[in-house]
Design a protein around this ligand. Structure first.
Ligand SMILES: *[C@@H]1O[C@H](CO)[C@@H](O)[C@H](O)[C@H]1NC(C)=O
Ligand SMILES: *[C@@H]1O[C@H](CO)[C@@H](O)[C@H](O)[C@H]1NC(C)=O
Ligand SMILES: *[C@@H]1O[C@H](CO)[C@@H](O)[C@H](O)[C@H]1NC(C)=O
Ligand SMILES: *[C@@H]1O[C@H](CO)[C@@H](O)[C@H](O)[C@H]1NC(C)=O
Length: 358
């Protein structure tokens, strides 16, 4: 009997202990910490894909860590000050789903006045250089597709196009255009490819002030217009150009505001596709998280901006060899430098914001 009771109690204990970890519901202790933190808000949320991009911020002399951290949903929300501005720093992990979940948790749990997302990116724009730090005005998710049946073309309606689920308005990629033969790309090939076409689709969005479950659509999501406007002041900022005493970028890197960036849960290292999306969409940074942050902030009506440092020419072909591995740290450090400067402007020159609001 005693053994059975012991086993029962042990099982209950294990279930209880597991329950705390295995269940996404907020426990009372976490909820209390969140309430305390929110009473001291609002905060600027810094959303960062990976450790190597977050660490230079945590080590930056302008970042003063608070003792408070709150763990929830497999994420760690770190509190602190940057130039006196209250911030919450959180790492998402790789890709669109992680970035979306983490951003939604941040906005659902905490008192957030705005979101700054930063990191490194591939480059699709031939007029920019490795090391440049880009601030795009618009972001899209470019991997929601309708993949068209072989034999159908641009004049054929897509499945579910009529009820408004899918559209031919954004454009398509034709695989047959990328046939290679005798080592040459046949860009106007007349032959077919069984992979046929993929059509880019907008996301379904459900804005916080809309009617629940009534969808809207969004492909290009603008960053906050006030944040974008004040980010112009970052353009003259001096950036580092050397990894060490001997390895430097050919061109002095610069902060530059650009028209567009695009994201997908795809590591893009392919010259043909990089050129295609540049020609089609005029995108500069290409990476794996920003559009998720953009789409969440857009739906929750929270101001956001994205700062991405170019660490490589996606697909290679630049004069700088083996870019991604060589310049990743430099690019990550420079993105942090620009973020700190942006927070400084938010903190000390709020009149810049008010000026725009009039
Ligand atoms: C990046 O910053 C860290 C400190 O945050 C420093 O240790 C490292 O040397 C820097 N690396 C480059 C390439 O600038
Ligand atoms: C095509 O590529 C092969 C292998 O890389 C090479 O041996 C050949 O000379 C190339 N042919 C032409 C026409 O460039
Ligand atoms: C298209 O193909 C024709 C015939 O093969 C060729 O002469 C022409 O240069 C090609 N045009 C382009 C833009 O590649
Ligand atoms: C500088 O960095 C490059 C690239 O990471 C590396 O190959 C080289 O050995 C480094 N040089 C010194 C002196 O540390």
């Amino acid at each position: 009997m005693a053994a059975k009771l012991k086993l029962f109690l042990f099982t209950c204990f294990v279930l209880f202990a597991l329950n705390k970890e295995a269940n996404g519901v907020l426990d009372t202790k976490t909820q209390t910490l969140i309430n305390v933190a929110n009473a001291r808000g609002p905060y600027v949320g810094l959303v960062i894909p990976n450790q190597f991009e977050m660490n230079p911020l945590l080590q930056h002399p302008s970042f003063i860590a608070s003792r408070l951290t709150i763990d929830h949903g497999g994420r760690r929300f770190r509190f602190g000050l940057i130039e006196g501005k209250k911030v919450i720093v959180v790492m998402t992990g790789l890709g669109m789903i992680n970035a979306g979940i983490t951003t939604q948790l941040l906005l659902s749990l905490f008192n957030i006045e705005g979101v700054v997302h930063y990191g490194i990116a591939g480059n699709a724009n031939p007029s920019l250089n490795i090391g440049d730090v880009t601030i795009p005005e618009y972001w899209s998710h470019s991997a929601l597709w309708s993949w068209q049946r072989f034999g159908k073309g641009p004049d054929n309606e897509l499945p579910l196009e009529e009820p408004g689920d899918y559209t031919r308005e954004i454009g398509y990629l034709r695989f047959a255009n990328y046939y290679t033969s005798d080592n040459e790309t046949a860009c106007n090939a007349t032959h077919d490819n069984l992979l046929n076409n993929v059509w880019y689709q907008p996301e379904e969005v459900f804005p916080v002030d809309g009617f629940p479950e009534i969808r809207q659509h969004a492909f290009w999501v603008p960053v906050d217009s006030h944040y974008y406007k004040i980010s112009k002041a970052l353009e003259g900022l001096q950036l580092d150009d050397c990894v060490n005493a001997t390895t430097c970028l050919d061109e002095k890197p610069k902060v530059i505001r650009v028209l567009r960036g695009t994201s997908a849960s795809i590591y893009l290292d392919n010259e043909a596709y990089r050129s295609f999306i540049f020609d089609k969409f005029t995108v500069s940074p290409v990476e794996m998280e920003s559009a998720s942050v953009a789409l969440i902030c857009h739906q929750q009506k929270v101001p956001f901006i994205v700062i991405r440092a170019l660490s490589d020419l996606a697909g290679g072909g630049s004069a700088q060899s083996n870019e991604a591995s060589t310049f990743t740290t430099l690019a990550a450090n420079n993105s942090v430098k620009v973020v700190v400067e942006f927070i400084k402007i938010l903190r000390f020159f709020p009149w810049m914001l008010q000026d725009v609001e009039k």
